[in-house]
Each structure stands twice: as structure tokens, then as C-alpha cells.
Design a protein around this ligand. Structure first.
Ligand code: FES
Length: 153
């Protein structure tokens, strides 16, 4: 973790506005922003730890614990809500046995909300692992998508 962190921090120095890009890069590299990273980020960017912690906890995009092997993001924005996203979200929580921003007990899936995936005309929409957008997802399709997830190593 430290080598990755140092590489990222060395790219940014202590220039103004570096905190958000640094947090994004760390999460992209590690899947989350570990608590141990906060003092290192603060020192490198010449910020107070509280400031780093405040930004980290303000944006729900940033995870503070490692995600599951797959991340499923269900769109909770208005257009998807109007065509059943709330029911899909309730089904997802029941099927996975975890709530939003939580991970299934077997570590397979982290469930998260997202606010628009550009599929507003064909909702409800969801995104799997940042790459696979699925539209018009009802409970049966959700179950099929989850059944198809490989337990990655
Ligand atoms: S509102 Fe869900 S994809 Fe746009």
C-alpha cells in the first residue's frame, strides 16, 4: 500500500486542489482509501488530517473499507426511480443480504448507489465493476446478473 501511495503522492506534490485527485487515484489503485493513508496524504499535501478525513467522509464515492470482489451500483436517480429503481434496490438488498454501501457476507458483492448512468430512457439501470452497464433491469434480470458473477481471485 505504501509504495502505491508514495507513487501517487509524488505525482501531485503539495499543489492546491490535489486532494480530490489523490483520493480518486488511491481508490482506483486500492479499491478504497485506507485509514492509514490519511496522515500520509495530509503530510504530503500540507493539510490537516481533519481536512483530509473531512473530504474523505463527505463524498460517499470514497470507500474506507475494501470492496467486495464485484461492485454493483444501482441508479437511484429520478428517472430510474420512476420506473422501479426503488423496488429493484429493495430486491437487491434482500437477494444479496446486505444494504447499500455494504458487502455480502461472502465478500462477492459490494452494493452501492449511483446517480445516473446515462440510461434514463431505459431504466432501471445498474453498473457492474465500472464497465458493464445494464438497462431495464428488473428483479429476475438482477438475479441472473448476480448468478453470473464469477468469484474473482
Ligand atoms: S436516472 Fe438512472 S440512468 Fe439516468
Amino acid at each position: 500500500m505504501n509504495a502505491t501511495l508514495q507513487t501517487i503522492l509524488s505525482r501531485h506534490g503539495d499543489r492546491d486542489g490535489a486532494l480530490l485527485p489523490v483520493l480518486h487515484e488511491i481508490q482506483d489503485a486500492l479499491g478504497y482509501v485506507p485509514a492509514e493513508a490519511v496522515p500520509l496524504i495530509a503530510k504530503a499535501l500540507n493539510l490537516a488530517r481533519a481536512e483530509v478525513h473531512g473530504v474523505l467522509t463527505y463524498y460517499r464515492h470514497f470507500r474506507q473499507t475494501p470492496p467486495g470482489r464485484h461492485v454493483v451500483r444501482i441508479c437511484r436517480a429520478e428517472a430510474c426511480q420512476s420506473v422501479g429503481a426503488d423496488a429493484l434496490a429493495a430486491h437487491a438488498e434482500k437477494r444479496l443480504g446486505c444494504g447499500f454501501d455494504e458487502t455480502t457476507p461472502d465478500g462477492l458483492v459490494t452494493l452501492e448507489a449511483v446517480y445516473c448512468l446515462g440510461q434514463c430512457a431505459v431504466g432501471p439501470a445498474l453498473l457492474i465493476d465500472e464497465t458493464a452497464v445494464h438497462a431495464a433491469v428488473g428483479p429476475d434480470r438482477f438475479d441472473a446478473l448476480i448468478d453470473a458473477l464469477e468469484p474473482r481471485k
